[in-house]
Write a protein that binds this ligand. Structure first.
Ligand SMILES: [Zn+2]
Length: 181
């Protein structure tokens, strides 16, 4: 296989930012420079996502406050979706709202049934500046909405209510990585 055909194979695994890190709670900035640094960032993000066993990763999860995310995620029909988006905008969410299990690499070991639209469309660019439109359904739609939330400074925990929220926050407090206070 030709070198560089696997996303992330030349990337560097970066430290994961965990809940409590200020960068996760702040909106990311638009990418203005579609150059070599951006290509390297995308490579590092794939490497970091695969190393952590995730299906999606936003740039602020590795401490880079830019509007970029990567994904390698199945939908409910087991079709694999692999790609990255720069300056993505969630242009539509449709269908029924489904509550399904959701976790986050920045909140390791915690999972909660989280409501999401069953269909999502995101528009943005690839790292070379090509416009792209990505449509997802099922679990992949969930992933797209989850990553867009990250870039706006949000976490899936923000979308939980009631007992599910209390349970998840309790699990967060008890997590071995939790920051006291
Ligand atoms: Zn996440």
């Amino acid at each position: 296989m030709r070198r560089g055909t696997i996303p992330g194979s030349s990337g560097r695994v970066r430290p994961m930012r965990l809940l409590g890190d200020g960068g996760l709670g702040a909106p990311c900035e638009e990418v203005a420079d579609f150059g070599a640094d951006l290509a390297r960032l995308v490579e590092d993000m794939f490497a970091t996502m695969y190393a952590a066993g995730g299906v999606g990763l936003a740039a602020n999860q590795i401490g880079v406050p830019l509007r970029v995310f990567v994904y390698d995620c199945p939908d409910d029909e087991d079709v694999r979706h692999l790609g990255h988006l720069v300056n993505p905008r969630l242009v539509s969410v449709e269908g029924i709202v489904v509550r399904g299990p959701e976790g986050c690499l920045s909140v390791p070991g915690v999972e909660a049934g989280t409501p999401r639209f069953d269909e999502a469309v995101v528009e943005g660019f690839t790292m070379d500046g090509t416009e792209v439109r990505v449509r997802g359904t099922g679990f992949f739609a969930r992933c797209l909405q989850h990553e867009c939330d990250h870039l706006d400074g949000g976490l899936y925990l923000d979308r939980l209510t009631g007992l599910r929220r209390r349970r998840a926050l309790r699990a967060v407090r008890r997590a071995p990585w939790a920051v006291a206070g």
